[in-house]
Design a binder for this molecule. Structure first.
Ligand code: UGA
Length: 445
């Protein structure tokens, strides 16, 4: 009999994982404690913007015409416990308020609710990003509170927002921390399709699986901060960081990816993961090993301040008072509606707090941005956002912004100055249309 799978938590990770498991052929039951989310998902609608996810849901959610019917949703722990052979825990682990450490309360609550409902022999699989040591602790909790034979595996997730469906169905690698042959057999059964397609399957112990996730995100964050540090040096020395990144990227050991300099990284993962990693290393007495991450974090946060300074310079130097600033982009990256710790919104907010009249436009992030920063001005299009602007800031590299016509925009603004915080626009095209184009880590023309 084919395995029955449940997915606990239906955010970016859980909703995508549930739909992907149904796509791989399993019967899937998704649970969330927020009834409105479950209602939406059960109707085949996604509570966030993630390319391809709505289509995948529609293909599998029971009750939708023409669907496989393999995917259902519930708010009942009892139903989940009774249904599942393998339970993926995909709840979020945000940064604790006022601390670097990660808030484990959602994970702990999920395990506490799930444990007593489980069937004999069920496998619980942790996917949330957690501090190393959590899996050992949660395995002990299951041993105390779940029926005999229930086991734990730890299977970190590496999906990128904007590519979540593709990354889940065709992962670069599958990493599983486990403690028994039976758990390995079950996990190999779950991932048989991607493994047959060539995804490497890496078996580890619990702490290594947990560390693979946090170290991968730390490496990515370090790569971005490295190139942003080079951008600072380029600015001081008159160099061009885009050329520099291209040139060092030809070395295969370095590689071209994740070397885009700009206003730095944000989102619900990289910033909080490196902080939680430092906090955990401190608890383990290994804080010295990760002090470099403090530098990675501060280089990154400096980028936002630097963009504010460039904008202030552009509008005359002293202050933003009486100046109109158009901000193109609110999400932390393109192809997402996620504004968590978004560098773009952070810059917009700082300028607003310094007295600038800020108008933001984003293709998909408007609703979330309005909720987070209700006091900023918002426009329904890029053209409307730049109307009367003294400076235009390009802060999230949506394709829509790359395709803008600089001449058309220039007819709306009060002065033609654009600051490219993502090094993603065609500098020549903007300059030819009479704009002063400035980017980060590149010489002024
Ligand atoms: C990141 C990791 O890339 C995923 O592998 C991981 O699974 C995920 O976190 C997670 O822990 O859940 P994500 O947060 O979706 O994925 O975003 P990234 O594509 O990593 O981008 C993060 C930030 O870095 C964005 O703000 C992006 O604009 C910025 N970035 C990225 C740069 O500034 N420069 C670059 O060269 C690349």
């Amino acid at each position: 009999m084919a395995l029955k799978i449940t997915v606990i938590g239906t955010g970016y990770l859980g909703a995508t994982h549930a739909a992907a498991m149904a796509e791989l052929g399993f019967e899937v039951l998704g649970l969330d404690v927020v009834p409105e989310k479950i209602e939406m998902l059960a109707a085949g609608r996604v509570p966030m913007y993630e390319p391809g996810l709505e289509e995948l849901l529609a293909k599998h959610v029971a009750g939708i015409e023409g669907s496989s019917g393999r995917l259902r949703f519930t708010t009942s722990w009892e139903e989940v416990g009774e249904f599942g052979d393998v339970h993926f825990v995909c709840v979020n682990t945000p940064q604790k308020h006022g601390e670097y450490a990660c808030d484990m309360s959602y994970v702990d609550a999920a395990f506490a609710s799930l444990a007593p409902q489980l069937k004999d022999g069920a496998l619980v699989v942790g996917k949330s990003t957690v501090p190393v040591g959590s899996a050992d602790r949660l395995a002990r909790l299951l041993a105390e509170q779940a029926p005999v034979g229930v086991e734990l595996a730890w299977n970190p997730e590496f999906l990128r927002e904007g590519f979540a469906v593709q990354d889940t169905l065709h992962p670069d690698r599958i990493v599983v921390g486990l403690e028994s042959e039976r758990a390995e057999k079950l996990m190999r059964e779950v991932y048989a399709t991607p493994v047959a397609e060539g995804s490497p399957f890496v078996v580890t112990d619990f702490p290594t699986a947990e560390l693979v996730k946090t170290s991968a995100n730390s490496f990515l964050a370090t790569k971005i901060s490295f190139i942003n540090a080079m951008a600072e040096v380029c600015e001081a020395a008159g160099g061009d960081v885009v050329k520099l990144a291209e040139a060092i990227g030809y070395d295969e050991r370095i590689g071209k990816k994740f070397l885009r300099a700009g206003i730095g990284f944000g989102g619900g993962c990289l910033p909080k993961d490196i902080r939680a990693f430092m906090a955990r290393a401190g608890e383990l007495g290994a804080d010295q090993a990760l002090t470099f991450l403090r530098e990675v974090d501060s280089i990154n946060m400096r980028r936002r301040g630097h963009m504010v300074e460039l904008a202030r310079d552009a509008v005359g130097g002293d202050s933003f008072l009486g100046k109109r600033v158009a901000v193109l982009g609110a999400t932390f990256k393109p192809d997402s509606d996620d504004v968590r710790d978004s560098p773009a919104l952070n810059v917009a907010g700082q300028i607003h707090l310094q007295g600038g009249q800020v108008t933001v436009y984003d293709p998909k992030g408007m609703a979330n941005a309005r909720r987070l920063f209700p006091t900023l001005g918002y426009a329904d299009s890029a053209l409307e956002a730049v109307r009367g602007a003294d400076v235009v800031l390009h802060l999230t590299e949506w394709r829509e912004f790359r395709e803008l016509d600089p001449a058309e925009l220039g007819a709306e603004t009060s002065s033609r100055i654009i600051l490219d915080g993502r090094n993603a626009l065609d500098a020549e095209a903007w300059r030819e249309a009479g704009w002063t184009y400035r980017a980060m880590g590149r010489p002024r023309a």
